[in-house]
Write a protein that binds this ligand. Sequence first.
Ligand code: AMP
Ligand code: GLY
Length: 424
Amino acid sequence: MKILVVGSGGREHAIIWKLAQSSRVSKLYCAPGNGGISDLAECIPVNVNNIEGIVEAAKQIKADLVVVAPDNPLADGMVNVLEDAGIRAFGPKREAALIEASKVFSKNLMSKYEIPSAKYKVFDDSRQAKLYLKDTEYPVVVKADGLALGKGVIICNSPGEAEEAVTNVMEKRQFGDSGSKVVIEEFLQGTEVSILAFTDGKTIVPMLSSQDHKRALDGDMGLNTGGMGTFAPSPVYTSDIEKICMEKIFLPTIDALNSEGRTFKGVLYFGLILTEKGPMVLEYNARFGDPETQALLPLLKNDLVDVFDAVIDGKLHDIKIEWKNDACVCVIMASGGYPGNYRKGLRITGIDEALKDPNVVVFHAGTRKTDGQYYTDGGRVIGVTACGINMDKARERAYKAVSKIHFDGAHYRKDIGSNLPRVK
Ligand code: AMP
Ligand code: GLY
């Protein structure tokens, strides 16, 4: 089989790394890919948002399957267009991807089908929003309706901050049309857990639980980032909590989407928060998470092609998805200055040395390869992943590998997967 993966980050490298282990795969392609991906797949220089370009590339290489990984092309209907062109594709169609692409849609869906989530109000007029903010409880969360590169959620501690958020999102259109509406919602407290699940629209199979460290600095300090590291499984996500989530969140979400004529096939990501009132949904994503995927796929026992096939063909109940009994930690090495300004083009050394431990995998996020050398090419540069019989062992191996890798100004958190909260 020839498979084309759309995307260019660490998540896509992890998907390709896993697909490369399948005996069913004869050749892998990635558009546009990155330095690390180019070691496993032929990279095609087509942007992820160029739907026509991707369809054309898939036809040219006679792809048997196209895996659409990032949020924007899913929201824009890349899977619809691929299928219309007779090309087999993995990922939700536009109608279903709306669960991530519109927070107003996802909040209204949860409200209609009684899926636990924060109390909220929707505004399409900034004056009305500001009026409401004068007389509400703080902190409060302001969310741009549409996709905003993961930056559209603003936690506000005072009316001044909240007003500024509304001005930036709705009036100055900091995130373009994504800010034509906002959701203003209650601030929830608890431990956040990511549950990614395979679903064919009838059956839903959650992967292992994972947790993402979003802040730039140790101890969850500093600015929000795309994610500085992840670990799986989460010690706070017990089987009792999983049962509650299945009954109150996962199955009701699949049913709700079906009832709305928006059957979801692909990976549905539940951003959960475990509150005193029980688990609630903070957000949905219509795709594999980044960097959660980098800590999950190394633990998956199945051939990923079999799982993708089962999802696409509506046969997920026919296969058994199995996981290793291990733990996995992914530490992101970022460019100095990230998530603010940072330099590109710095030479990366030591990856070969790090890979001498067979339990370690290095997933490239923002790199390029020139003349056999890797160079930095983005804010998040690489994700150093290691597995072990428990979290301590996995973390020790991951940090040992990190210590072997160098580029000028490299920044990483030292506490990924440590000081884990215990179940109350
Ligand atoms: P994003 O993944 O960009 O949608 O950002 C969501 C992040 O914002 C979550 O991971 C939480 O940390 C935070 N967040 C979103 N909604 C709430 C809420 N209602 N209460 C507390 N934190 C929230
Ligand atoms: N790790 C969060 C996301 O993929 O959106």
